[in-house]
Design a protein around this ligand. Structure first.
Ligand SMILES: Cc1ncc(COP(=O)(O)O)c(C=O)c1O
Length: 462
């Protein structure tokens, strides 16, 4: 493992200047790392506790296990250093081992993590989130985004007395729970009756939502969607969705798991000027510590309490829901966002990456094959074959060649710890990877791909 000294610049811990990936890059797994990965597959279904981190999502020539992170850098169990993108499935927005967050956690750890009665930090964290998310009046915390969305759906169902849910078909993930998993290509174990309660509409097309309300009048409890994903909403679209939902007696739920603390400090709901009835946050709000939140209007949220005459709703109550040091991490993260230009930096770094990457792709004649899509703060890449069709083998090849050059990039989702120099190094790595990509387009991808291609997470069979 690297023993290079750590320096702090603008609150960001990073390796000393000159610590780079080096031209040699990644040479493959040691026997020990390969053995540990094999053992992981034997005792953990899928080899990882999160599908998106699994072996089948990465080229064969990639680090098996990461043991340490600092800023935007990580080290594998063989001591190889990499730059990372999309860190912690987009949860680590500030940077790994980010000092102000670690300090807050360290202050709380010796005080104990979980008591028989609530801790003041629960109130402080609620105040902090509600001060940022202006349309929300009450909040409940939990650990995972899925649980927050599950709670939103249950609350909407109880509030409206309806059972159906309309979800956006163009947004790939809302929850690990049956109501959502039953709608995917991996629905095993979910009763059909549950899946039939969930309907899909297209993003940007209010008519497809209207058609659902027409087909199932008085039956849809809520509309669940991200405010935006790769495409920006056309002006007026989100307001139209809200009006449609309300006209039909349904609630609007924005899933801000990705957009929250990335699109805008106050959420995509603020950026686009549409306040949902309920919204959910997670991922970036505690910089990798597990905190998620359901927040929204008092009249709806209070059903989870007891100061009303309606039937009570069991709303988010878990043993670990209010673990104190995690809430302290969330407060420190949100306060850092408030006092530093985090969102602006994410956009600026992404814009720089987009520019350099796009120019490099054009130099290699790869425009239309390896484009970047999405908002600057949340860049994804396309990988197309010689017929310009999306290709998993080409995705694998591109990731393989980036890893060879020291960059782990399932996406190009930047963090606050990616410096301009890091972005420029990434563009250099992409430039090298594009050279191989262009040759593979001409000669066939099999000639350059080492091992099998990656596979989508949601698939019915192995
Ligand atoms: C948009 C969105 N919603 C919900 C979730 C679920 O969050 P979690 O994995 O924390 O349960 C995710 C996770 O990737 C997500 O991207």
């Amino acid at each position: 493992m690297s023993s290079k000294p750590v320096v702090t610049k603008n609150g960001i811990a990073q390796m000393e200047e000159g610590s780079t990936l080096g031209p040699t890059g990644f040479r493959g797994r040691s026997a020990a790392a390969a053995g540990l990965a094999q053992r992981a597959r034997e005792i953990i279904p899928g080899g990882a506790h999160t599908y998106a981190k699994g072996d089948d999502q990465y080229p064969e020539r990639s680090p098996a296990l990461l043991v340490r992170g600092l800023g935007c850098r990580v080290w594998d169990s063989d001591g190889n250093e990499f730059m990372e993108y999309g860190m912690g499935l987009r949860a680590v927005t500030l940077g790994h081992a980010f000092p102000p967050v670690l300090e807050a956690v360290s202050r709380h750890l010796p005080l104990g993590s979980n008591f028989t009665r609530p801790a003041p930090v629960e109130v402080e964290c609620a105040e902090q989130l509600l001060s940022l998310i202006r349309g929300a009046e009450m909040v409940k915390f939990c650990k995972d985004g899925s649980l927050a969305n599950d709670a939103a759906v249950r609350l909407a169902r109880a509030h409206t007395g309806r059972s159906m849910v309309a979800i956006c078909a163009d947004h790939p993930f809302f929850s690990t729970n049956d109501w959502f998993i039953g709608t995917t290509d991996m629905p095993a174990g979910v009763p059909e009756a549950t899946s039939r309660q969930v309907l899909k509409f297209r993003y940007g097309d209010p008519h497809s939502l209207e058609a659902l309300f027409d087909e199932f009048p008085g039956q849809i409890a809520c509309v669940v969607m991200e405010a935006a994903r790769t495409d920006e909403p056309r002006p007026g679209y989100l307001a139209e969705v809200k009006a449609l939902a309300h006209r039909n007696g349904a609630l609007l739920v924005f899933d801000e798991m990705i957009t929250g603390f990335r699109w805008h400090l106050r959420g995509a709901q603020h950026l686009y000027g549409v306040t949902p009835d309920l919204s959910t946050f997670g991922k970036a709000m505690a910089n990798g510590f597990s905190v998620s939140a359901l927040c929204g209007l008092r009249d709806i949220m209070r059903l989870g309490g007891s100061d009303h005459d309606r039937e009570r709703v069991f709303l988010l109550s878990t043993t670990h829901g209010a673990e104190t040091h995690q809430l302290a991490a969330a407060i420190a993260t949100m306060q850092f966002y408030e006092t530093h230009p985090v969102v602006e930096t994410l956009h600026a770094r992404g814009a720089r990456l987009r520019q350099g990457y796009t120019q490099a792709a054009a130099r290699h004649g790869l425009t239309g094959y390896v484009d970047l899509v999405g908002r600057d703060c949340n860049l994804l890449f396309t990988t197309k074959d010689s017929e310009k069709k999306p290709s998993q083998p080409f995705r694998t090849l591109f990731m393989q060649e980036m890893i060879r050059r020291g960059v782990i990039a399932p996406s190009f989702v930047v963090s606050y710890s990616h410096s301009e120099a890091d972005i420029d190094r990434t563009v250099e790595a992409a430039d090298g990877a594009f050279g191989v990509y262009a040759k593979a387009l001409a000669d066939g991808v099999e000639k350059y791909l080492e091992g099998r291609p990656v596979k989508p997470v949601f698939r019915k069979y192995g």
